[in-house]
Design a protein around this ligand. Structure first.
Ligand code: F6P
Length: 545
């Protein structure tokens, strides 16, 4: 079935939520905590090795009841069934959305057009396993008989961000292969990387769902030319692998069929790292770790599918985000992992969240009358504390922030880890409590300052507090826990798309720029320039001079 087309603003509960917001918006988190000793307990969920504390949000039990009602009124339950059931919920492209099948159990049954796709998925997984094992253990060799030392992932968007983020996140588990990522069509990117490579020992993995993406094809072509300065056309078979739905184009490019890994149109690019798009991940950390990541995601899928909404982490994450986005008017959300290994996590989620829910037309084709997708940003803590946290603490904008941390570090340096985590806890506490004028004055009085100096400084040192945060505390960064974490955010995206009555799995908005770039490339390469606005025209003339 297609997803319902329910305008959330037309639900009964939306009006009540609006009134509830007006009544409660002035309440400070401090008072919510002081009036309820059990608040943290009430608003904490524990699942597997995850602890999700959402008590430092501007919510009460009543707020949560109402938000849960909203989930019911938009028929979230039915939507989840359609999502996992392989219904064509990506209506504008006529496709199912089944990245969840990629991490399902071998004996699960997932039907697409009446056919169980699980055997095919496991066949590809087997191929990934064999291929990656033989590269890692040196059985598969380059054209001069040497084992591979380097792997280059050539892709962009979902064909780059997922593998790049995970390869960095799981660096601790990495083997001897050096992994590189070429994505930008900026030639300086590819040439900078080629500079360091030995063609005899480098494996290139071209990843493109469509195999038509300008950036990826340009980079792959440049690399192929570079390779042919050293090896022969025949040697390409040994050095290039491809992941795509487009077998025809791969054959045209000259990649050996044995090194081709299929994917399916029911896997969206930004949700594709679980498919053969994750080949580079499996090469970097070994198949077993790749598979453990899939298992972690599968456990999240089961949690999401089977848990009551009030105890369901992705549902609660999504509802709280809707609360701020649609009632408080918060435009952005920050995601701050207190783990250097997760340095690419926010960048990865930017595509997942913003390409999915950056839509302004509802599922009935009408312009929406409310806010949809949030702007996502973030960098690891503690570095970000010394960069942009000032604005989160004392700026004028409300920025709900997710804090992600781990009980244990990977290298086991307790001293460092305790300092890191002290900051992690301190920030959420400071953001919530802030510091009142009285506290500031009392503190200044302990210093050697005059009354006048105290009065002058006090207002600048006041922190309003009342800044909402979620705390996600996990045991340890492992392939499995990472898989679970990514999947939590994937399902948050889904829930929000359902509530906002938008199609989360297409991305027409990126097409126009692509089309225009085609026309402008002709303008740049040819002597005549076609018709443009006066600004674009002058810029092109200046560029060509
Ligand atoms: O331009 C956006 C996009 O279509 C993404 O959704 C996708 O992940 C990326 O381009 C790359 O596409 P492909 O894998 O087909 O090269």
């Amino acid at each position: 079935m297609a997803l319902n087309k329910i305008n959330p603003q037309q639900t009964d509960i939306w009006k009540k939520l609006t009134a509830h917001y007006e009544e409660t918006k002035g309440t400070h988190l401090r008072s919510l905590f002081s009036s309820d000793a059990k608040r943290a307990e009430k608003f904490t969920l524990q699942w597997n090795d995850f602890l999700f504390d959402y008590s430092k949000n501007r919510i009460s039990e009543e707020t949560m009841q109402m938000l849960l009602k909203l989930a019911d009124e938009v028929n979230l339950k039915g939507a989840i069934k359609d999502y996992f059931g392989g219904d064509l919920i990506n209506e504008t492209e006529g496709r199912a959305v089944l990245h969840t099948a990629l991490r399902a159990k071998r004996d699960d049954v997932v039907l697409v057009d009446g056919e169980n796709v699980m055997p095919e998925i496991y066949e590809v997984k087997e191929h990934i396993k064999e291929f990656t094992n033989s590269v890692i253990n040196g059985e598969l060799k380059g054209y001069t008989g040497k084992a591979f030392t380097d792997v280059v992932n050539i892709g962009i968007g979902g064909s780059d961000l997922g593998p790049a983020m995970v390869t960095e996140a799981l660096k601790f588990y990495k083997n001897q292969l050096s992994i590189h990522f070429v994505s930008n069509v900026d030639g300086d990117h590819v040439h900078e990387i080629l500079k360091t490579l030995d063609p005899e020992t480098t494996l290139f993995v071209v990843v493109s769902k469509t195999f038509t993406t300008q950036e990826t094809l340009s980079n792959a072509t440049t690399i192929k030319k570079w390779f042919l300065n050293h090896g022969t056309q025949e040697d390409i078979a040994k050095h290039f692998a491809a992941v795509s739905t487009n077998s025809e184009k791969i054959a045209e490019f000259g990649i050996d069929a044995a090194n081709v890994f299929p994917m399916w149109d029911w896997v969206g690019g930004r949700f594709s790292l679980w498919s053969a798009v994750g080949l580079t991940i499996a090469l970097a950390v070994g198949y077993d770790n790749f598979d453990a990541m899939l298992q972690g995601a599968n456990e999240t899928d089961v949690h999401f599918k089977e848990t009551e909404f009030s105890e369901n982490i992705p549902v609660v994450m999504a509802l709280i985000s809707v609360w701020y986005n649609n009632f408080y008017g918060a435009e952005t959300e920050a995601i701050i992992p207190y783990a250097q290994y997760l340095s690419r996590f926010s960048a990865y989620l930017q595509q997942g969240i913003m390409e999915s829910n950056g839509k302004s037309v509802d599922r009935a084709g009408n312009k929406v009358g409310y806010e949809t997708g949030t702007i996502i940003w973030g960098e690891p803590g503690t570095n970000s504390q010394h960069a942009f946290f000032q604005l989160i603490h004392q700026g004028t904008k409300l920025i709900p922030t997710d804090f992600i941390g781990f009980k244990h570090s990977l290298h086991g340096d307790k001293d460092h880890h305790n300092k890191l985590m002290a900051n992690y806890f301190a920030q959420t506490e400071a953001l919530m409590n802030g510091k009142t004028k009285e506290e500031v004055v009392a503190e200044l009085k302990t210093k050697d300052l005059s009354e006048a100096e105290i009065n002058k400084l006090a207002s600048f040192k006041v922190f309003a507090g009342n800044k909402p945060t979620n705390t996600i505390l996990m045991n340890k960064l492992t392939p499995k826990s990472l898989g679970s974490l990514i999947a939590l955010y994937e399902h948050k995206i889904f829930v929000q798309g359902v509530i906002w009555n938008i199609f989360s799995y297409d991305q027409w908005g990126v097409e126009l720029g692509k089309q225009l770039a085609g026309t402008i490339l002709d303008d740049i390469n040819n002597s005549d320039i076609s018709d443009h606005d006066s600004s674009t025209l002058r810029l092109l003339q200046y560029f060509k001079k």
